[in-house]
Design a protein around this ligand. Structure first.
Ligand code: PLP
Length: 371
């Protein structure tokens, strides 16, 4: 049995999505900018995908710009902040943080929660601002109330960007209620293909061009469209929204089951709100007592794929765990779930950890661990 519990890093392509994509790799492979039949066919398919996506988030199709994934969508939104003071949080993904030059960081508590009063105080000074706050954090699962933040930004005339990469396809988004100017999406986080996503940019909002060249995407994003990817993105999004209630329920059950099992082990703590119902239901961030054993490698040897933080920050200390002052003497494992995971997989994973951490004089083999 090979167990994949790293779905916040990426997800398995849904076979239904694969079937929808293949005709656009093998038969309808035209360049959407060409004027002949092959090109027109490709163009039409892209516009249908745009319409599908727009209707799923209650937006206008002209507000959807296809990108090469979440990073590009975030980078493009932030490029459009020019001239404004940028306010963000230390917990954002590197796709946001590394695209910013000396932003103002809001403080976060040890759960990773921001203080909206601090944001309001800043916005009230009248400096034209661009606020970038993610919907849910990919490492610790803390969820920000972006509806409230959007309204706050609107009342002070601030532009609001939210990195919704971890929540699109897992939560419903309605852009008539959500007062965001930009939100971002990456297909591979909800069983679509890698390297494709979209940027939602509200009508009338400034949009700077990141990629220069041809006049694709109404001259907003140059480069031949990834037609099969775009078809896959729209299909994956359609499936995700169609089955959202069933999948939420299934994944929440898996997560609660793992929480209940791990809670019985000595010395275990959970980061942020990740073990509660307030958190991103696909992510569980657990601190294990130090053992001297490489926990990720041990799980890997037992055919269980998990991560220590985010896939993108592998090898370096997690900026998110540092920002929430998580106890760094402990070993952190992020378990992240999808609709394809099963109860058997959760039980097997818990068993492996039980065997490792069961209290035999606080020793794992010859290694003592502190609880
Ligand atoms: N933002 C968040 C919160 C993410 O989790 C990720 C992916 O890990 C990204 C942005 C980047 O998306 P992509 O991998 O599509 O570039």
């Amino acid at each position: 049995m090979k167990i994949y519990l790293d779905n916040a890093a990426t997800t398995q392509l849904d076979p239904e999505v694969f079937s929808a994509m293949t005709p656009y790799l093998l038969e309808h492979y035209g360049n959407a900018s060409s004027h002949h039949a092959h090109g027109r066919e490709a163009k039409q398919a892209i516009e249908e995908a745009r319409n599908t996506i727009a209707s799923l988030i209650n937006a206008d199709p002209s507000e959807i710009i296809f990108t090469g994934g979440g990073t590009e969508a975030d980078n493009t939104a932030l490029l459009s902040a020019e001239g404004r003071r940028v306010i963000t949080t230390p917990l954002e993904h590197h796709a946001v943080l590394h695209a910013l030059n000396k932003p103002h960081y809001l403080s976060v508590n040890n759960k990773g929660e921001i203080d909206l009063a601090e944001l309001e105080l800043l916005l009230s000074d009248g400096v034209p601002s661009f606020v970038s706050i993610m919907h849910a954090n990919n490492e610790i699962g803390v969820v920000n109330d972006i509806e409230v933040i959007g309204k706050l930004c609107e009342s002070y005339g601030a532009i609001f960007h939210s990195d919704t990469v971890q929540t699109i396809g897992h939560y419903r988004h309605d852009l008539q209620n959500l007062k965001a100017h930009y939100i971002t999406c990456s297909a591979h986080k909800f069983h679509g293909p890698k390297g494709v996503g979209f940027l939602y940019c509200r009508k009338g909002t400034n949009l700077s061009q990141l990629l220069h060249g041809g006049s694709q995407e109404r001259k907003l994003r140059a480069g031949t469209e990834n037609i099969a990817g775009i078809i896959g993105l729209a299909k994956a999004f359609e499936i995700a929204c169609r089955d959202i209630d069933e999948h939420t329920h299934h994944i929440q059950n898996l997560k609660s089951r793992l929480v209940e099992k791990l809670e019985t082990l000595p010395g275990i703590t959970f980061n942020s709100t990740s073990a509660t119902e307030d958190s991103l239901y696909t992510v569980l961030s657990v601190n294990f007592p130090p053992t001297g054993i490489d926990l990720l490698a041990l799980l890997d040897q037992n055919n269980i794929s998990v991560s220590g933080g985010s896939a993108c920050s592998t090898g370096s200390a997690s900026h998110v765990l540092q920002a929430i002052k998580s106890d760094r003497s402990k070993d952190t494992v992020r378990f992240s779930f999808s609709k394809f995971n099963t109860v058997e997989e959760i039980d097997y994973t818990a068993d492996i950890l039980y065997n490792l951490f069961k209290v035999t004089n606080n020793k794992i083999g010859e290694v003592e661990y502190s609880v």
